[in-house]
Design a protein around this ligand. Structure first.
Ligand SMILES: *Cc1c(COP(=O)(O)O)cnc(C)c1O
Length: 494
């Protein structure tokens, strides 16, 4: 498989070439040259596979420059019960009315980012060892990405992580999760500023090409293709569980005794074997993986993007106009990992929607957004939009609280605020006979304040995270200064 840029650069690149890179040289995002097609026979064969075996099959279609035994070893070491808590890795749970929750947050940092970053860490380690190189990862985080990256890269000697976070602004749990890491290769830098200041510093350092080259600076941000690819796997795993009465991927897929089958009785309909997904969405990374799975032929009926008050994507799917917002127009909400007003992965979908024409994406989307801050679909593209299966909805703080309360009262199931946005919007898109799978993106323990507001009780915490606030911390506090951060990176290179 070769990779191309969404802005038209068609220089063919292999998977390992783009693994350690960010944007393509022309400013676009990398996508595979085409989407391998999965036929019914292959789908039937994959149904019985373990999560790691399924991941190997899917990754193999996109990676041909890592020998198969090595790729298998990487995948087997990544998707284990020890790391993700259950043998199913992403178990499904019925929550009534044809709705299912697919758990993606049982990894080490309790958010779905672990699903991809645990794999990325092992792929980076493999490729850097093969090349005999080292890499410094510089990133900015408002919470979930930074911790997932640190837990994926800790203890890997060829990688050093410099993670900037806004001083005092993450939840106490998120701070403790990152700052308590004692690994020598993990460097927490708390910046006296907000998340945007952290991100600006990362951009400034990355734009200093000389510094970047001398210090071998890389990134693990959400536009990385390998992250997206890792996420494609759980759409297949969710589909198999929701459409299977045989408990091959876990008995959780069997409806509770006496309950009506959520996908309808024996009456066969056109939808008999298709499912829908609702995805709490910020940077469009998670749901973009669903788009890729659907393009490969996975029978996904609807891909529903659920936003919070920052509803740029809901607006697009309703109106055909994509209008990015500035930081002053970005609301701070109680589902903070979705407080995003420019979805960094969205261009990948636009590339497919505009017929994979890189010149059109550059002129009609990229340049127009830089110039005018907005982009509207032409009539022909608008007419094509429904064939991609997307739908959308929006959720507010009041919706979040009500949904957390309702699900806890009616089913005894506690969900985090981001997943609550998903459940709220999913309920507006239910169709008879079509299982609706909501991707659970974080555990409630990560966002205790909102849970206490909704339910009046503290969320339970996995044993591994008990008392982490009391652990010694390893973090330096720096002013919001590019030079201060550079000085912090430099001595480490000696
Ligand atoms: C990152 C994140 C999201 C948003 O995912 P995108 O891939 O950016 O759309 C939603 N919920 C949680 C808990 C997250 O950490």
């Amino acid at each position: 498989m070769r990779y191309i840029s969404t802005r038209g650069d068609a220089t063919p690149r292999a998977f390992c070439d783009i693994l350690l890179e960010g944007l393509a040289p022309d400013g676009g995002l990398y996508l595979p040259h085409h989407y391998p097609q999965i036929d019914a026979a292959t789908l039937a064969r994959w149904r019985g596979l373990s999560y790691a075996d399924l991941a190997f099959e899917i990754l193999s279609l996109y990676i041909d420059d890592i020998p198969a035994p090595d790729l298998r070893a990487i995948v087997d070491a990544t998707y284990t019960e020890a790391v993700f808590g259950t043998p199913e890795i992403t178990p499904l749970k019925a929550i009534g009315d044809g709705l299912w929750l697919q758990a993606l947050s049982n990894g080490p940092t309790l958010a779905f980012k672990d699903m991809a970053l645990q794999l990325l860490g092992n792929l980076f380690e493999y490729e850097l060892e093969r090349r005999g190189e080292v890499l410094n990862i510089l990133g900015a985080t408002s919470g979930d990405t930074g911790s997932a990256a640190e837990y994926a890269l800790r203890g890997k000697p060829m990688l050093r992580v410099f993670m900037l976070s806004p001083h005092g602004r993450m939840s106490p749990f998120q701070q403790a999760q990152m700052y308590s890491l004692q690994d020598a290769n993990i460097h927490n830098i708390a910046i006296e500023g907000v998340f945007d200041d952290c991100q600006d510093i990362v951009k400034a350092v990355s734009n200093d090409l000389d510094f970047k080259r001398r210090h071998r600076i890389g990134a693990v941000n959400s536009i990385n293709w390998a992250r997206l690819l890792a996420q494609v796997v759980y759409y297949f795993a969710g589909y198999f569980q929701a459409t299977s009465r045989a408990p091959n991927l876990g008995s959780a897929s069997v409806p509770p005794e006496g309950a009506a089958s959520p996908w309808g009785g024996p009456a066969a309909t056109a939808n008999d074997e298709s499912v829908s997904f609702t995805v709490p969405t910020g940077n469009f990374g998670n749901i973009c993986a669903g788009h890729v799975a659907r393009m490969m032929g996975l029978p996904i009926r609807r891909l529903v993007a659920a936003t919070n008050e920052n509803d740029v994507l809901d607006e697009f799917f309703r109106t055909g106009t994509y209008r990015v917002r500035g930081s002053t127009e970005t609301h701070e909400t109680s589902s903070p990992s979705m407080d995003i007003s420019k979805a960094s992965n969205f261009e990948r979908f636009i590339f497919d929607l505009l017929g994979r024409d890189g010149a059109r994406v550059r002129a009609k989307f990229g340049e127009r957004i830089e110039r005018e801050g907005a982009f509207s679909l032409d009539a022909a593209s608008r007419a094509k939009l429904p064939s991609f299966g997307f739908a959308s909805g929006r959720s507010t703080h009041a919706d979040r609280i009500a949904t957390i309360r309702d699900l806890y009262k009616s089913r005894g199931v506690m969900i985090d605020p981001h997943t609550a946005d998903g459940v709220k919007v999913a309920r507006e898109h239910l169709e008879p006979g079509v299982p609706m799978i909501v991707l659970e993106t974080a555990q409630p323990a990560k966002f205790a304040a909102t849970i206490v507001e909704a339910l009046g009780i503290e969320p339970p915490r996995p044993a591994a995270q008990a008392g982490i606030e009391a652990l010694p911390r390893r973090v330096v506090v720096l002013p919001a200064s590019v030079d201060a951060v550079k000085r912090c990176i430099e001595p480490d290179m000696a």
